[in-house]
Design a protein around this ligand. Structure first.
Ligand SMILES: Cc1cc2nc3c(=O)[nH]c(=O)nc-3n(C[C@H](O)[C@H](O)[C@H](O)COP(=O)(O)OP(=O)(O)OC[C@H]3O[C@@H](n4cnc5c(N)ncnc54)[C@H](O)[C@@H]3O)c2cc1C
Ligand code: SF4
Length: 589
């Protein structure tokens, strides 16, 4: 039996980037706010100090900062003809757990998505006609444009101290930046990071081939920085223990030392850690949320009433909570009706591993999560969809994120996997290999979706969420074409041996690919194809808002957190300036 607590004004579920931004922005009001985070508290000191944070076994191999799949997981299948089975070990993606969420152990690549990504359907159909869109593809526009979001992208970049070079300020194209990006009002807050040797070689090769390379926008600070909230960042020292680790220098932007402490210092804000939300409770009309049910670290059950509820529990966690709580109509692929779980998408990878002669020394061990050089010549609609035979390309980049001893020792394909020959190949290649990679868009399809599993439950007795997902022909063509381009670039860089890589097809949940799960609770202008209106407010239950990458109608050829953070600022602006003044639907359905 749950203990019923005193009501609060706002309740936030999950305290990563998006929950942290909402908490910080709302905490300056006089509202009583509670945030419930399923993981524990964390701070740079003592949790991420050097040398213990450079424990590759603990953090990278054993996923210390990530979701505990013994308590909650998903089931997975490639298609409806299969029976889904539980994911019992983390693999293809690594959701975060604990204060700061995955924002603690991310890489920090901080994009603005291309203008095309915000208006994918309209721009595609205007240019190529309806027929180019496959009949099973749910290609949808965002309900807002790049220009609507521009000030919020800017705000998130300044919060994060993003290092980069603009390629388009107020429509003026700037060589050396990304000339394909939408118009920005301002430069990045910090200059680009220092390029690694492989990046210099990639840039030269890309230019030789007529492409337009530029430095990755990186939230690994290229210099000491104080953000507009007064939060100080250290300079990145290229330690190479970035992705999957906390940063000992507070150089990698993370909510745990930026937005969250600013929320916590307000007396009207309360953070409850080790508190897992099981469901959102609705009133008898099913149009209003009244409370959430959660368990604390001791397994005690509480009901926390609140006037306004924000789901910020990562893309997958949010969709799971909507389904568990009966908010919105679950998607049914047979009828095409329903919206919750619809448009689940993912990311394509692959590319080329380039091996060089022994005189090409790359210092791979010095790196940072977001250190890389990229090109968007085959991303968004910067190429011809008809000639290519697919929609939605990808960014191609050469990154140097570090080369740690356990998991980073590239050897050419065909090398034995163990023994003296393998050891010799590791030594021979360790500092003479580079990766040229594709980060490809994945479109949404009728047959890829999230739902509740009919068989398996989590440790709390709730049905697991079931993922039905496979790469479709469009994405298979794209990842193969992009891998060929990566091979050409690697050749131009002077590689003596090149391995061409494409992700496993059918999609496999086992090898790590990317934690860029998108869709399932998308925003849109039409309630029959979206769960949320343009302010991330649930159409059916207006006192619930949902943040995170679940809102994207399809994925882009870029990492998601730039628009995820920008949209959190966009939504909280609407909550503060519209919803709180007049609670109710902000858009009529
Ligand atoms: C290894 C890795 C590298 C990445 N690199 C990049 C990158 O370079 N660039 C980029 O753009 N993106 C990157 N990402 C993705 C990025 O981390 C996410 O987009 C971002 O963190 C999402 O923010 P969020 O607030 O939606 O969710 P999260 O940061 O995941 O926060 C959600 C929080 O909710 C909590 N929670 C979940 N369920 C519940 C519940 N039921 N009750 C209470 N609390 C709950 C979780 O514990 C978590 O703390 C990376 C991710 C990973 C894992
Ligand atoms: S590479 Fe830079 S940003 Fe990343 S953990 Fe090391 S010091 Fe921090």
């Amino acid at each position: 039996m749950a203990t019923k607590l005193n009501a609060v004004d706002v309740l936030i579920v999950g305290l990563g980037w998006t929950g942290g931004i909402i908490a910080k922005e709302l905490a300056s009001t006089k509202l009583k706010i509670v945030a419930l985070e399923r993981g524990g508290p964390r701070d740079t000191n003592p949790d991420f100090i050097d040398p213990q944070i450079h424990d590759e076994l603990r953090y990278a191999a054993r996923h210390d900062l990530m979701q505990n799949v013994r308590r909650e997981t998903i089931t997975f299948r490639n298609s409806e003809s299969q029976t889904a089975l539980p994911m019992r070990q983390l693999g293809s993606f690594l959701p975060g757990q604990g204060v700061g969420g995955a924002g603690v152990h991310w890489n920090g690549v901080t994009w603005r998505w291309l203008e095309w990504d915000h208006q994918a359907r309209t721009r595609t159909v205007d240019k190529y006609g309806e027929k180019i869109v496959p009949s099973d593809m749910h290609l949808q526009d965002w309900p807002i444009t790049y220009d609507d979001l521009e000030p919020y992208y800017d705000k998130f970049e300044k919060t994060c101290g993003t290092s980069g070079k603009a390629g388009n300020i107020n429509g003026r194209k700037i060589d050396g930046g990304n000339i394909f990006e939408g118009a920005r009002k301002d430069e990045y807050p910090n200059p680009p990071m220092i390029a690694a040797q492989s990046m210099v070689m990639f840039e030269k090769a890309a230019r030789n081939l007529g492409y337009h390379p530029f430095p990755n926008p990186s939230s690994n600070a290229s210099r000491d920085y104080v953000n507009p909230d007064g939060v100080a960042f250290g300079q990145c020292h290229y330690c190479g223990f970035c992705e999957r680790f906390g940063c000992e220098a507070n150089a990698k932007a993370s909510p745990h030392f930026t937005v969250i402490p600013l929320a916590v210092k307000n007396p009207n804000f309360e953070l409850r850690t080790n508190s897992i939300v099981l469901k959102v409770n609705l009133d008898s009309t099913r149009k209003k949320a009244v409370s959430v049910t959660y368990l604390d670290a001791r397994g005690r059950e509480f009901e926390q009433p609140a006037d306004l509820i924000i789901l910020s529990a990562y893309a997958l966690g949010n969709v799971s909570l909507l389904l568990q709580s009966g908010i919105g109509v679950p998607y049914d692929p047979a009828t095409g009706k329903g919206v919750v779980g619809r448009n689940y998408a993912y990311q394509c990878g692959g590319g080329a591993t380039a091996f060089f002669d022994k005189n090409t020394i790359l210092n791979r061990f010095m790196g940072a999560g977001a250190l890389g050089t990229c090109m968007d010549d085959f991303n968004g609609d910067n190429y011809d969809f008809v000639k290519a035979g697919y929609i939605g390309g990808g960014g191609i980049s050469c990154s140097n994120s570090g080369a740690r001893p356990i998991q980073s020792h590239p050897t050419p394909r065909g090398t034995p996997r163990w023994g003296s020959e393998w050891k010799r190949a590791v030594v021979d290649n360790y500092d003479h290999a580079a990766s040229v990679g594709n980060q490809g868009a994945v479109m949404a399809y009728r047959q890829n979706y999230l739902s509740l599993d009919p068989t398996y439950t989590d440790v709390f007795g709730r049905p697991l969420m079931r993922m039905t997902f496979n790469f479709q022909d469009n994405e298979i063509k794209q990842m193969n074409a992009q891998a060929d381009i990566c091979v050409t670039l690697a050749k131009e860089m002077g590689a003596t041996k090149i391995d061409r890589n494409v992700p496993p097809v059918p999609y496999s949940i086992v090898p790590y690919q990317s934690t860029h799960n998108t869709g399932g609770a998308v925003f849109g202008a039409d309630p029959s194809t979206s769960v949320l209106n343009k302010y991330l407010q649930v159409w059916d239950v207006p006192n619930v808002f949902v943040t995170g990458a679940c809102v994207f109608p399809q994925n882009a050829g870029k990492n998601p957190t730039g628009p995820v953070g920008a949209l959190a600022y966009w939504a909280v602006d609407a909550i503060k300036n519209q919803y709180l003044k007049n609670p109710g639907p902000l858009v009529s359905s």
